[in-house]
Design a protein around this ligand. Structure first.
Ligand SMILES: [Ca+2]
Ligand SMILES: [Ca+2]
Ligand SMILES: [Ca+2]
Length: 217
């Protein structure tokens, strides 16, 4: 994530936006293949010369694999094709710099920590379907939600404190809510496991109570 951000920012710096702006006004701005671009990085501007999009070939194989959606110099969203099959597998959403408290974009990029990222969505099976969402606050991972079995429902929730996994909650019964929680110490070691007893309402509704699964410790 941070490297992507820096790539995009590095590209911006390489272009020198102030130098590009007058040229973009002279030339038909909506055209693709702006002369200001390189083989690896191609910018797109709107009618007023404001940067709207960057296309980037991260691994230099001649195919675009990273798309940066821009509001001028501000990154709005970055899409990444991580396995090079032409389909996006990662969507990186950025909050506005104003909303990222005390974290102007330039400082953030310089520090190597991007505090404007608020959410990263991933298609972990590379099928174009989002199965994992990572949430950030001021550059620190706070929460991950994942559909590990691909049935469309989240079954794993991870909560992070100071960047360290604090609680992993699992839905092992396919009911849509966690029934088991793994609680970690600040040093990352496991503290204890909490497991819900089988739900009484579920047992009542179950026409075959004998088959109600027992939660293993
Ligand atoms: Ca590429
Ligand atoms: Ca892909
Ligand atoms: Ca699931």
């Amino acid at each position: 994530m941070n490297s992507l951000r820096m790539l995009v920012c590095g590209g911006l710096a390489a272009f020198s936006l102030t130098a590009c702006a007058p040229a973009a006004t002279d030339a038909p701005p909506a055209q693709s293949g702006q002369p200001q671009g390189t083989a690896q990085l191609k910018p797109e501007y709107d009618a007023s010369g404001k940067l709207q999009k960057l296309e980037y070939d991260r691994n230099k194989d001649g195919k675009v694999d990273t798309w940066g959606y821009m509001d001028g110099a501000r990154v709005v969203r970055v899409d990444v094709d991580e396995n090079g099959d032409g389909t996006v597998d990662r969507w990186e959403y950025h909050r506005s710099d104003a909303a990222a408290a005390g974290a102007p974009a330039g400082d953030v990029a310089g520090a190597g920590v991007d505090k404007t990222v608020e959410r990263v969505e991933r298609a972990t099976k590379f099928d174009g379907t989002v199965s994992r969402r990572e949430y950030f606050e001021n550059g620190a991972l706070t929460k991950i939600e994942e559909d590990t079995d691909g049935n469309g429902t989240v079954d794993k929730w991870e909560t992070y404190t100071d960047g360290t996994l604090a609680v992993m909650a699992l839905d092992t019964q396919g009911r849509g809510t966690p029934d088991r929680r793994l609680v970690y110490r600040p040093d990352g070691s496991m503290d204890h496991i909490e497991a819900d007893p089988p739900s009484p309402s579920a047992a009542t509704a179950d026409k075959h109570p004998a088959s109600t699964p027992t939660i293993r410790p």
